[in-house]
Write a protein that binds this ligand. Structure first.
Ligand SMILES: [Zn+2]
Length: 312
């Protein structure tokens, strides 16, 4: 039995039907906004494709299903471009590895997540593999920026577009996740369900939960800057930058009529009257610059962020 988010189900069913009628394209491109669950959907689809039974969805019992669960299936390969560029050597190695007959079941699958991270040579190597498909081999690609992929790759894939779920759907889904309900208080940061889940899985929920309250205390003169960023270090400075930037972004949008999250009410009035919209936009830009500078250089994060917050 598959436990998958409601908004992903129609996409999964669509591919299951094609699989059962033997009319599935050997290349799939799963698109959608960041954090809506392309990768989760792709992993479910891959399990279905690898299963040796003739059912539409993975049986969970056959040898292939067991190997997939143990993450040791020899006919399944993954490349993930989330953290770094996907290079041509990686693609070539993987194409070589799957060029033989399936070792276990009927199919072989290559999964490339965040496929926009392929450099041009890697993309051309994938294109070549798609143009000369090996028998019983499927390529499953995911991307939130599919328009940046080679048009020739896109045109060879069956496009599966994951819809962005409604806020209510995200709320309901969060209540079904272990300790997920509290994540609904972070909608000022993002409403992307799998981004929220990833924050929780990395143990970073407290940083974001406390930030609006601390910032409110700071702008009202009741908390020093040093207490706002207490606990910050090079491992989580990006989270502080993201959180602060999201708060500024919400305040800027609210000034043009967009609704404001209740958690930010106390901050908005003070910041707008003190800095004005123009200055808020500058601070937002400055945070974005700081985030990218901190990734590239050895700047002291505490000093930099203290300097930034002193201007609020
Ligand atoms: Zn199975």
């Amino acid at each position: 039995m598959t436990h998958i988010a409601d908004w992903l189900l129609p996409c999964l069913r669509q591919v299951q039907v094609l699989k059962q009628t033997n009319s599935l394209s050997h290349a799939l491109l799963i698109t959608g906004a960041d954090g809506v669950g392309q990768e989760e959907l792709a992993h479910e689809m891959v399990k279905d494709l690898m299963c040796e039974s003739d059912q539409a969805s993975a049986c969970g019992y056959c040898h292939s299903c067991q190997l997939m669960r143990a993450d040791t299936h020899p006919d399944f390969r993954v490349l993930d471009g989330e953290a770094s560029t996907i290079k041509v050597d990686q693609v070539r190695l993987l194409v070589r590895q799957i060029s033989q007959k399936p070792q276990v079941g009927h199919n072989k699958v290559v999964l490339i997540t965040h496929a926009q991270a392929m450099n041009i040579n890697a993309a051309n190597a994938v294109l070549k593999a798609l143009e000369e498909p090996a028998a019983r081999t499927y390529f499953v690609l995911t991307s939130s920026q599919s328009t940046s992929l080679l048009p020739t790759i896109r045109s060879r894939c069956l496009l599966v577009n994951v819809p962005t779920p409604s806020l209510d759907a995200v709320k309901t889904w969060l209540t079904q996740q272990p300790e997920g309900e509290v994540l609904s208080s972070l909608f000022w940061l993002t409403t992307q369900p799998f981004r929220l889940l990833s924050i929780q899985q990395q143990g970073k929920t407290p940083i974001y939960l406390e930030l609006p309250q601390k910032l409110s205390e700071m702008v009202h003169g009741r908390m020093p800057v040093s207490d706002v960023i207490k606990g910050m270090d090079s491992n989580n400075v990006e989270d502080y930058c993201n959180g602060l930037a999201a708060i500024l972004h919400q305040c800027i949008c609210h000034s043009t009529g967009a609704p404001l999250d209740a958690a930010l009410q106390g901050i908005f009035n003070v910041l707008v009257s003190r800095l004005g919209i123009q200055q808020l936009m500058l601070r937002y830009q400055s945070l974005q610059n700081l985030k990218s500078d901190l990734q590239k250089t050895n700047l002291n994060p505490i000093m930099q962020l203290t300097h930034e917050l002193n201007q609020w």
